[in-house]
Design a protein around this ligand. Structure first.
Ligand code: 2HA
Ligand code: ZN
Length: 272
């Protein structure tokens, strides 16, 4: 694992960790990371300059010239650690924000994730909203959270309150709540536009009957957000599987106490 700069090794490890959680059946899920200037320097010896560019499928002008480490389309997270250069790669966005160049990896004519439009539109929104601090977009298929999209209304407030109410760390880890996007065809610009609209407000977006998108500053923080949300969903599924009525939940007064002690702001619209 020492063969590559640390951020590439960390990215590879996160792919294995996500697979081991059971979030990446077959080629499910995708991960992208926006390189820092230091990462680009550390990777110069790997990066190749190419003339050929490819369409992104959407327009991300604020990401012009940025570099991203991405998982490949059709690649299995399970296999990333065995052959990184065939499964992941680095791309550079062109000066127009409409096309990208392949700079490393993605061997044998591989291309970036089918969800590249959603990833890049989310990156653009989060980069602007966080003054550049968010660098990671992570999409996975965690089963408990997906199960909840069959029994709860597909509504930001319903999901936010259920998750916050199920595990004490939730309002602290995602104080802005979670957004929900209705079922849509994945892989294109329409779902990218719908998701990035919600990403202006939230760090996590549920895709009904499909999975979850998370945004964060680092690989650790973003993996942790996915893990926290899926753990809360698992608790809800377990509690609801006991065939007993729910008689307790972390209530609004308790959420307010948490917000105060942990110095986070919970939007008023989620509290009565
Ligand atoms: O196959 O998860 O959403 C990758 C995906 C598509
Ligand atoms: Zn998916």
């Amino acid at each position: 694992m020492n063969k590559y700069p640390k951020f590439i090794n960390d990215f590879i490890r996160m792919c294995s960790d996500g697979y081991q959680q059971g979030w990446h059946e077959r080629n499910g899920g995708n991960l992208t990371y926006r390189l820092t200037d230091e990462d680009i320097q550390d990777t110069k010896y790997l990066l190749e300059v190419h003339d050929t560019s490819y369409p992104i499928g959407t327009h991300v002008p604020h990401l012009a010239n940025a570099y991203f480490l991405v998982t490949g389309s059709g690649k299995f997270f399970r296999n990333v650690v065995l052959d990184p250069e065939a499964s992941i790669g680095i791309i550079q966005i062109d000066a127009t924000g409409e096309r990208y160049y392949k700079c490393w990896g993605l061997r044998n004519h591989s291309v970036p994730t089918s969800e590249l439009p959603s990833h890049l539109m989310n990156h653009e929104v989060k980069m602007l909203a966080t003054n550049g601090s968010h660098r990671v977009i992570y999409h996975a298929h965690p089963a408990n959270l997906i199960a909840l999209t069959f029994v709860f209304a597909l509504d930001d407030k319903v999901f936010t309150k259920e998750l916050w109410g199920a595990a004490t760390e939730c309002p602290v880890v995602f104080p802005s709540g979670v957004g929900v996007v209705d079922w849509m065809v994945p892989g294109g610009k329409d779902i990218a536009v719908a998701s990035s609209e919600k990403m202006k407000e939230y760090d996590a977006i549920v895709w009904a009957h499909h999975g979850l998108f998370c945004s964060g500053e680092s690989l650790d923080i973003t993996f942790g957000l996915m893990h926290t949300i899926e753990k809360a969903a698992e608790i809800i599924v377990k509690a609801r599987s006991m065939n007993l009525p729910r008689i307790n939940q972390i209530n609004d007064e308790e959420l307010r106490q948490l917000a105060k002690d942990f110095q986070v702001t919970l939007p008023d619209k989620f509290l009565s």
